[in-house]
Every structure is written in C-alpha cells, then in structure tokens.
Design a protein around this ligand. Structure first.
Ligand SMILES: Nc1ncnc2c1ncn2[C@@H]1O[C@H](COP(=O)(O)OP(=O)(O)OP(=O)(O)O)[C@@H](O)[C@H]1O
Ligand SMILES: [Mg+2]
Length: 239
C-alpha cells in the first residue's frame, strides 16, 4: 500500500539574488512498511527533502501526500496535528533541551496528549528501556555520550508511536559499534511495522535498508528497486 507519495516536488531557497533548488522537481513513492535510505553528497538536498516530507518546510511546488492526506493543502494548525499523529522526527543535530533530564526530554511530545502523568511517564520509560537508557533517565543531556544523546532523540521521536519515522543522519557522529546498535534498533522498529525514511552518509547503514534513493543536486540520481529482503541479509556487513 502506498504510504508516501511525492510528485514534482520543488523546494527553492532564496538568499539575495541567488536562488537554489535544494529539491528540484522530484517524484517517488514509498510503501507502507518500507525502510528507505536517502543518500547523496553534502548539499544534495537530503535534509531539505526530509523536512518537506515531515510537514516542516513548505515546498515551492509539487505535492506530498501521506496516507492520502495532501500535507500542504492542510492549514498550519492541521499540519501540526498531522505531524503529531504521523511523524517521528530524528534531527541531524539532536535538539535535546539541555536543562531537561532524559526522561523529560523524551516526554516532550506527550505534553499535548490527554492522559494521566503516571501513564505518560510509564510510556517514556518503556521507550528508554527499548534504547537501553532506562538507568540514565534522570541525567541531563550533557552528562551523556553522543550515542546516548542520539538514543534519547530516537526515544523522543518514537514516544507517540508514529507510523512514520524520518531520521536525518542518525548515526552521524557515532563510532561504528554504536552506529550498528542504533541501526539494529531502526531495523527492529521497521520489523515491528514502522515505516522509515533515513538520510545517511554511511554506506554501511545502507545494508539495513530495503531500498535507497540517491540525490544529486536536488534530483534523483538513482532509485533502487525495492528489495524483498533487507539488504543486510544479502551483504554481510563485516567483509
Ligand atoms: N535555509 C536555507 N537557506 C538557503 N539555502 C539553504 C538552506 N538550507 C539548505 N540550503 C541549501 O540547499 C541545498 C541542500 O541543502 P541540504 O541541507 O538539504 O543538503 P544535505 O543533502 O542535507 O547536505 P548534508 O549532507 O551536508 O547535510 C544546499 O545547497 C544548501 O546550501
Ligand atoms: Mg543534511
């Protein structure tokens, strides 16, 4: 089933006289349950594409349709509700709030959820358990390693149980062991049914996805065939 449908998408940025088409008239679709990696050189438009997919950046032209909802035909308020219901965003920089502890950071998206506080705490602790950080729930972000901060950001993106996870370079500054454990977590989430679009520079991460889209100068340079099995089952990662 078609989950994300993008048609003739354009995002231009203007600075002074100059205009850059960061996303330059691209079309593709993603099925429910897919794990798609978006790759390409620095400046090729990966982050821009992801924020447009996530309802965060209004495109200059074209359409983003998610679960049959035309995302940019919604009002800003409807789009905010749409994001809360559908999207878990893991940003390129973690965006953790420095004066809130780990648990409080993870609970941010639950602020708008109408449920007893104890229930929300339980949900957030459950997520921290999943990313192996339950024992550090009361620490502040700067008392954590980079990989741990990343896992907090992932837990926060997942706390509303969104059907779609958009992750921008989630293993950017991590060592390879931590990267692999984070990628294994994403793969596990995908197996449990969440659809994932992940920007990555790291070729090793490609082995976890079922398909990849390569961007170059805002255009699609390659859109690999969807694979029945994740690539990881075909390409051993340690050789
Ligand atoms: N807010 C902005 N204003 C003007 N130009 C921008 C803005 N954000 C991005 N760009 C430009 O748009 C193009 C695509 O940027 P984008 O951040 O999407 O690339 P990227 O593929 O994510 O790169 P990286 O791998 O370095 O994160 C680049 O030329 C960039 O300079
Ligand atoms: Mg980027």
């Amino acid at each position: 089933m078609n989950l994300i449908y993008v048609e003739n998408l354009i995002k231009e940025y203007h600075s002074g006289e100059e205009s850059v088409a960061a996303v330059d008239n691209i079309s593709f679709s993603i099925d429910l349950g897919e794990f798609v990696a978006v790759v390409g050189p620095s400046g090729s438009g990966k982050s821009t594409l992801l924020t447009v997919l996530g309802g965060l950046t209004h495109p200059t032209g074209g359409q983003v349709v998610i679960d049959e909802i035309d995302v940019y035909a919604l009002t800003a308020e409807q789009r905010a509700d749409f994001r809360k219901e559908y999207i878990g965003f893991v940003f390129q920089s973690f965006h953790l709030i420095p004066y809130l502890n780990v648990l409080e950071n993870v609970m941010i998206p639950l602020a708008v959820v109408d449920a007893p506080g104890a229930e929300k705490t339980e949900i957030a602790l459950g997520l921290l358990e999943k990313v192996s950080l339950a024992d550090k729930a009361r620490r502040l972000p700067d008392e954590l390693s980079g990989g741990e901060q990343e896992r907090v950001a992932i837990a926060r993106a997942l706390v509303n149980n969104p059907p779609i996870i958009l992750a921008d370079e989630p293993t950017g500054n991590l060592d390879s062991t931590t990267s692999h454990s984070i990628m294994a977590l994403f793969r596990h989430l995908n197996e449990e049914g969440q659809s994932i679009v992940m920007v990555t520079h790291n070729p090793e991460n490609l082995t976890y996805a079922g398909r990849f889209i390569t961007l170059r100068d805002g255009k699609i340079a390659q859109n690999s065939e969807a694979l029945k099995q994740p690539l990881i089952e075909r390409i051993p990662i340690n050789n």
